[in-house]
Each structure stands twice: as structure tokens, then as C-alpha cells.
Design a protein around this ligand. Structure first.
Ligand code: HEC
Ligand code: HEC
Ligand code: HEC
Length: 434
């Protein structure tokens, strides 16, 4: 018995030592010389880097509204605290101007900073881990070709134990792919290009795939939809009812490359940003490849109530300039507000008055009885850069009270989506804090 006890104790000591070595051993640097040798020189490298930096949408998270691109400072509210994106311009004091190629590649592939500290997965490195080393280096070359910006990001606000960065080493072991995405020989070149763009670059799953208990993307439910920062990133699997299985290739192509599609509404919130900063800059061939890949993702049913009804009775009975008699469904306040503040751009028949960007017919946002994204759009407004100029909707957060926005939302859902909803002023008050 005594012997067994000693053996057990020895085993525990050995395991504990192993874990300690794993947690505290300095992180090694990857060898990037082979990839460096394969890269083009000069402007060709910077151009390739610019395209890829856009495709990976680094700017969305590393820039605050109206501020210098890539200078960081954007807040990420996580369930366990707030962290801020760092400055990734080439400034030597406050940015990453002193980082070597190998240190940069390690950050993108393993989520480890210059000092060997682990980074948190609010930085989408679990996706970028699948990027080739050459592409990562091209991105660095582009970022380093821009003027450095001096700007310190605010300090992170994380309590114990979440401020213990080494804990992420276990997470990385479990959830971060090692090595670039391997092409699937059974699929076409277009599909493989789409897979690479979606998984290693555009990181669609970081927003659209639900997360597990450990905050890792749950690929068993790929693209089934998730909530982030007060918005729903809808189900984009090929499920016909709750996903985008009913969308034509053309609709998906238009939505991703222009930010709106006929009878599907507009991209707003962080999807609006993804289109504006990133997707609309990609070549038509690359968008087509993304469409091919996304449409091949197996259907996932979700419990989301946002099932789109394209032709609700009130909508089809209305003209662009006048609503059908549907005022009876509400107390009249919502209808009155829509008439005063919204109808001049959106019209009453869902086609949009000034521009097709304002078409609401068939949009999931006006079909979701929870009103999640609808309330956010009304509070924050929306905009999109287009070949016809900037399309925009003003923010109404300060113009209207919670009571007014709740009534307006219920009216919009009834009229444009044929949905019975019960959005309360408390729902709007909550949305204001997100
Ligand atoms: C979804 C948001 C998001 C995207 C997209 C994103 N980042 Fe980040 N990044 C962050 C956050 C947040 C941190 C800080 C994480 C932390 O403090 O642990 C970070 C950290 C970094 C760091 C570490 C810098 C330092 O000083 O420690 C580098 C380098 C970096 N990102 C580069 C990039 C590049 C290059 C891209 C595009 C390929 C990119 N990021 C895209 C959110 C993002
Ligand atoms: C930063 C988070 C984020 C990323 C990255 C992102 N999305 Fe989205 N996506 C959203 C949100 C939020 C919405 C809801 C937008 C709205 O209500 O207008 C959305 C909406 C959509 C829709 C519309 C679905 C519907 O039923 O109306 C499609 C299609 C879509 N995304 C595809 C993609 C694809 C493909 C990618 C990658 C190339 C991607 N998204 C990347 C957050 C994101
Ligand atoms: C100045 C014109 C204008 C006004 C006023 C306006 N909107 Fe908009 N709205 C737009 C445009 C343009 C878009 C598309 C923006 C984009 O593509 O980013 C939009 C988008 C939307 C969307 C998102 C559609 C989708 O498919 O996700 C909703 C919902 C919406 N508006 C509702 C309203 C409501 C309710 C009001 C009144 C409080 C209103 N809008 C006032 C122009 C306007």
C-alpha cells in the first residue's frame, strides 16, 4: 500500500512538473526563412499584402470610429471583462515597429505577443492560424509600409483568473489549428480558394458560429448563428428555413460584394463593416469562391424565430407612398413615427424610395420578432460606401425614447415582416447598453 502511495505521489509530481514546464517555458519562434525566400519584392509584395489585409479585415478591430486606421484602442466587452485592441502600426514605441517577421507570424498563428505572452481569442488568431506564412508576411509588409501612428491603447480590465494569460496555452492546445488550411483534393480549385478566404482570412465563423463553454468556435454547429455585442450574426448555413439555403448565388454574391441583395435587405452592424472595409474590395472571382464554399456548408437548424416571410399582406397591399390599412395592429404611435422619420427613405412597400439599399422587403432584420438587430439599426443608424456614393441612415438613439423605439420596432415588424412582436421599452433600454 505504502509503495502504491509513493508511486502515485511521484506520478502527481511528474505531471505537475510537466504542466509547469508547458505553462512557463518561453514560447519558441517559428522559422520563416523559407517563406521569406518565396515572396516577391518591393511594391508587388506590398500590393499583395494590402489585398490580404483587407480580406482578413484587420482594420475592423484595430481602429476606433473616426480614428487612424490600425492604431488600435477598440474595446471588446467579454463576459469576463474588457480588453482593447493594440496599435498595430509600425510605430516603434506604441505599435509593432520593433517586431521581427517571426514574431509577427507567431502572433497570427499562435496568439503570442513579442514578449512571449499569450493573447486572448477576441483576436481572431484561431482563424488566422490557418493562413500561410507567406500571406502573413505579406500582411506585415503592407502594415509596415504605412505611416507609423503614435497611440497607446487603454489598459485591459480583466479580473483574476482571466488576467492570467498563460491559461490560454491550454486553450490553444485544444482549439487552435496547427498549420495552414490544407486544400481538399476532392473539391474544385474555386471551392478551395473559397474555403481559404472564409476560414483563414474573412473569419466568418468567428461571428456566425456559436461558441462552446470555453469561448471557442463550435465547428460541430458551423455557421448556425450567434450573438455578439448586442447583434445577431444570423444562421448562414444552408438550412432553408433558418439559414440562407433559400438564397440564390446571385443574392449572396450581391450581399457580400455590395452590402445588399434584392429581396434580402442590407448588411448593417458589424456585417456592414465587414462588407465596407473588407469584402467589397475583393475581386468578383474571390467573392464567387466564397459563395461556392459558404453554400456547401451543411444545414444547421437553429431555434431562431427570424424566419423570413417575403410577401406579408400589409406590405403587398401598400404602395411606395402610402400604407395599406394596417394601423389597427398597433396603438398608432409606431405608424406615426415611421411616417415622420422613416417613410421618406424606406417607403411603405418594402422597395426603398431613394435607393434599393433602403429596401426592407425580405430582410431577416424586419422578420425577427426579437427585434435584436432592428433596435440596434434604429439606435445606431447604418451606412455603406457604394459606386453611387455613400448610402446612409441616421442614428435615432437620441431622437427617440425607449417607448417610442419599442412602438416603432413593433410596427416595422408587423408591417414589413408580418410578425406579431412584443418589444418593450425595457428591451430597448437593454440594447442601448450593448
Ligand atoms: C476580431 C477582432 C480582431 C481582428 C479581426 C484582428 N485583431 Fe489583432 N487583436 C485583436 C485584439 C482584441 C488584440 C489584443 C488581444 C489581447 O490583448 O490579448 C489583438 C492583438 C493583435 C496583435 C498583438 C499586438 C501586441 O501589441 O501585442 C497583433 C500583432 C495583431 N492583433 C495583428 C492583427 C492582424 C495583422 C490582423 C489581421 C490579419 C488582426 N490583428 C485582426 C483583435 C483583432
Ligand atoms: C464581425 C462579425 C461578422 C463577420 C466577420 C461576418 N459576419 Fe456576416 N453577419 C454579421 C452580422 C452581425 C449580421 C447581421 C447583419 C444585419 O442585421 O444587417 C450578418 C449577416 C450576414 C448575412 C445575412 C444573413 C441573413 O439572413 O440576412 C450573410 C449572408 C452573412 N452575414 C455572411 C457572411 C460571410 C459569408 C462572412 C465571411 C465572408 C461573414 N458574414 C462575416 C456578422 C459578421
Ligand atoms: C436618410 C434615409 C433613411 C432614413 C431617414 C431611415 N433609413 Fe433606414 N436605412 C436607410 C439606408 C440607406 C439603409 C441601408 C444602409 C446600409 O446599406 O448600410 C437603411 C437600413 C435600415 C434597416 C436595415 C435593413 C436590413 O436589411 O438589415 C432598417 C431595419 C431600417 N433602415 C429601418 C429604419 C427605420 C425604422 C427608420 C426610421 C426611424 C429609418 N430606417 C430611417 C436609409 C434611411
Amino acid at each position: 500500500m505504502k509503495r502504491l502511495g509513493l508511486l502515485l505521489l511521484a506520478a502527481v509530481v511528474v505531471i505537475a512538473a510537466g504542466v509547469a514546464i508547458f505553462l512557463f517555458k518561453p514560447a519558441s519562434l517559428p522559422d520563416v526563412s523559407a517563406a521569406q525566400a518565396k515572396l516577391p519584392a518591393g511594391q508587388a509584395l506590398i500590393d499583395r499584402g494590402e489585398y490580404l489585409t483587407r480580406a482578413a479585415d484587420c482594420v475592423a478591430c484595430h481602429t476606433t470610429a473616426g480614428d487612424k486606421p490600425y492604431a488600435g484602442g477598440l474595446a471588446f466587452k467579454l463576459p469576463f471583462g474588457t480588453i482593447y485592441s493594440p496599435n498595430i502600426t509600425a510605430d516603434k514605441d506604441t505599435g509593432i515597429g520593433n517586431w521581427s517577421d517571426a514574431e509577427f507570424v507567431r502572433a497570427l498563428h499562435q496568439g503570442i505577443d513579442k514578449d512571449g505572452q499569450n493573447l486572448y481569442p477576441a483576436f481572431s488568431y484561431a482563424a488566422y492560424a490557418q493562413m500561410t506564412t507567406e500571406d502573413a508576411l505579406a500582411i506585415k509588409a503592407y502594415l509596415f509600409s504605412l505611416p507609423p501612428v503614435k497611440a497607446d491603447a487603454p489598459k485591459n480590465e480583466l479580473g483574476f483568473p482571466f488576467n492570467q494569460r498563460y491559461v490560454m496555452r491550454f486553450w490553444n492546445l485544444l482549439f487552435v489549428p496547427s498549420g495552414p488550411l490544407q486544400p481538399d483534393p476532392a473539391q474544385t480549385a474555386e471551392w478551395n480558394r473559397g474555403a481559404y478566404l472564409v476560414e483563414a482570412m474573412a473569419h466568418c465563423g468567428e461571428c456566425h458560429t456559436p461558441r462552446n463553454l470555453f469561448y471557442a468556435v463550435d465547428n460541430g454547429r458551423k455557421f448556425a448563428g450567434a450573438e455578439l455585442q448586442g447583434w445577431k450574426a444570423y444562421n448562414i448555413s444552408s438550412d432553408k428555413r433558418t439559414g440562407i439555403g433559400g438564397w440564390s448565388d446571385q443574392q449572396l454574391f450581391d450581399y457580400l460584394s455590395k452590402g445588399h441583395a434584392e429581396n434580402r435587405g442590407a448588411a448593417t452592424g458589424s456585417m456592414g463593416e465587414a462588407v465596407d472595409f473588407s469584402l467589397r474590395h475583393l475581386t468578383p472571382e474571390d467573392i464567387k469562391a466564397i459563395v461556392t464554399y459558404v453554400k456547401s456548408v451543411p444545414p444547421q437548424t437553429s431555434t431562431d424565430k427570424a424566419v423570413v416571410e417575403a410577401e406579408p399582406a400589409a406590405l403587398t397591399a401598400s404602395t411606395a407612398y402610402a400604407p395599406a390599412a394596417d394601423a389597427a395592429t398597433q396603438d398608432g404611435l409606431g405608424l406615426k413615427l415611421f411616417q415622420g422619420a422613416c417613410a421618406s427613405c424606406h417607403g411603405w412597400n418594402g422597395e426603398g424610395l431613394q435607393t434599393p439599399y433602403a429596401a426592407l422587403k425580405g430582410s431577416r432584420t424586419v422578420n425577427d420578432p426579437d427585434g435584436t438587430n432592428l433596435i440596434q439599426v434604429i439606435l445606431k443608424g447604418a451606412h455603406m460606401t457604394t459606386p453611387q456614393g455613400r448610402q446612409s441612415m441616421p442614428a435615432f438613439a437620441t431622437a427617440y425614447s425607449d417607448v417610442e423605439i419599442a412602438a416603432l420596432s413593433n410596427y416595422v415588424l408587423g408591417h414589413f415582416g408580418g410578425k406579431q412582436s412584443a418589444i418593450t421599452p425595457a428591451d430597448v433600454a437593454k440594447a442601448r447598453t450593448q
